[in-house]
Design a protein around this ligand. Structure first.
Ligand SMILES: [Zn+2]
Ligand SMILES: [Zn+2]
Length: 357
């Protein structure tokens, strides 16, 4: 019997037992036709609020995408509620390996146009004609195949701190850019190469694989359940881990360590480091990588300018911000020009490409 998240009832019970009074951090998604998103949204909010679920859930006519935490003692009730919704019955739940009771602080269920901002015109291709789903064991085999091109479907700041060995990690800020870049570079190999892709929890690959098939790629594979589910499987089945570094996650934890390798560098001094932080200056909040000693020296700021602002009394900072929009740096995610050691991923992409293709 196929159990959700590849966990047996016994393993699941152990997990809940271990967690005790703690919360479990869970993510899942499902593409499904939802007609009345507003009613569905309200239904979820009422049921999950009663179970003390916290998190960020997107509902759209194309499906649901949820990142949340639930008290371990309410997990079975939560699961039972999911099973009452026809398209969520036995949905695969990705349960985080590291637990943090503060991963989410509120329950937010939002109606969106799409569950992932993929920038795609879905009418132009068949989104149900997806790539072949592979489990961790098969994935490990596939990525050793010399005919395989392994592509990381995440953004640059995610792959910077961790990715699979030999993966192409496009230097992109959005999923849409990534799709085009990869298609362009692999144009000549649509039929002879195996295109193998992965992302955090699998959701981005659902669309990407269908898109590439539509574009003429013949051999398209995707890691089922993404990195999160891969890690569970290698642990449960004693498989070799081929993921280096940390998995970037979209909650307060920021990342989960998968291997001891530190593959990134502090954006300020260049020393090995792989911890993302947001600049302490409220008006900046730039996401970047900072080592412990720079953190101390720079008072958790991205620049001396931000450090000076951050030292001002709260009221003065507020007055300074007045009338000014957020700094563009927020969206640069580690690419702000003043960071001397920001990673140049473009070069890595080029190297790998000549290497692999
Ligand atoms: Zn540093
Ligand atoms: Zn800053």
């Amino acid at each position: 019997m196929q159990l959700y998240n590849n966990l047996s009832a016994k393993e699941r019970a152990e997990l809940i037992e271990q967690a005790g009074k703690e919360r479990l951090t869970i993510s899942f998604y499902k593409y499904a036709k939802i007609n009345n998103t507003e009613i569905f949204r309200n239904h979820l909010f009422i049921a999950w609020d009663a179970l003390d679920v916290l998190g960020r859930i997107y509902v759209a006519t194309e499906g649901i995408n949820a990142q949340l935490s639930v008290p371990a003692e309410n997990f079975n009730a939560f699961k039972a509620h999911l099973d009452t919704i026809s398209f969520l019955e036995n949905v695969r739940l990705n349960i985080a390996i590291e637990h943090d009771n503060f991963a989410f602080l509120k329950l937010k269920v939002k109606v969106r146009k799409k569950i992932v901002a993929d920038g795609l015109n879905d009418q132009s291709f068949d989104v149900t004609n997806k790539g072949v789903h592979v489990n961790a064991e098969k994935f490990n085999e596939l990525i050793e195949d010399p005919n395989t091109v392994l592509v990381d479907m995440r953004n640059h700041y995610e792959s910077e701190i961790g990715h699979f060995k030999n993966a192409i990690t496009p230097d992109v800020d959005t999923f849409r850019e990534s799709l085009d870049l990869i298609e362009e570079d692999l144009r000549a190999h649509k039929e002879d190469k195996k295109l193998v892709m992965y992302c955090t929890g699998g959701i981005r690959c659902e669309k990407a694989s269908a898109y590439y098939k539509h574009k003429g790629f013949k051999n398209v594979f995707q890691l089922e359940g993404g990195i999160i589910n891969y890690v569970r499987q290698i642990e449960a089945q004693g498989l070799e881990n081929k993921f280096l570094g940390k998995n970037f996650v979209f909650d307060q934890r920021r990342s989960e360590r998968i291997s001891d390798d530190v593959i990134a560098h502090c954006h300020q001094c260049g020393e090995p480091a792989d911890l993302h932080t947001n600049c302490a200056n409220e008006a900046c909040h730039l996401l970047f990588i900072q080592c412990d000693s720079c953190k101390e020296k720079m008072e958790n700021c991205c620049s001396t300018n931000c450090m000076e602002i951050n030292r001002l009394p709260h009221e003065e900072q507020k007055a300074l911000r007045k009338g000014q929009g957020n700094s563009n740096d927020i969206f640069k995610k580690g690419r702000a020009d003043h960071l001397p050691y920001k990673k140049d991923l473009r070069n890595i992409f080029e190297t790998l490409k000549t290497d692999k293709v």
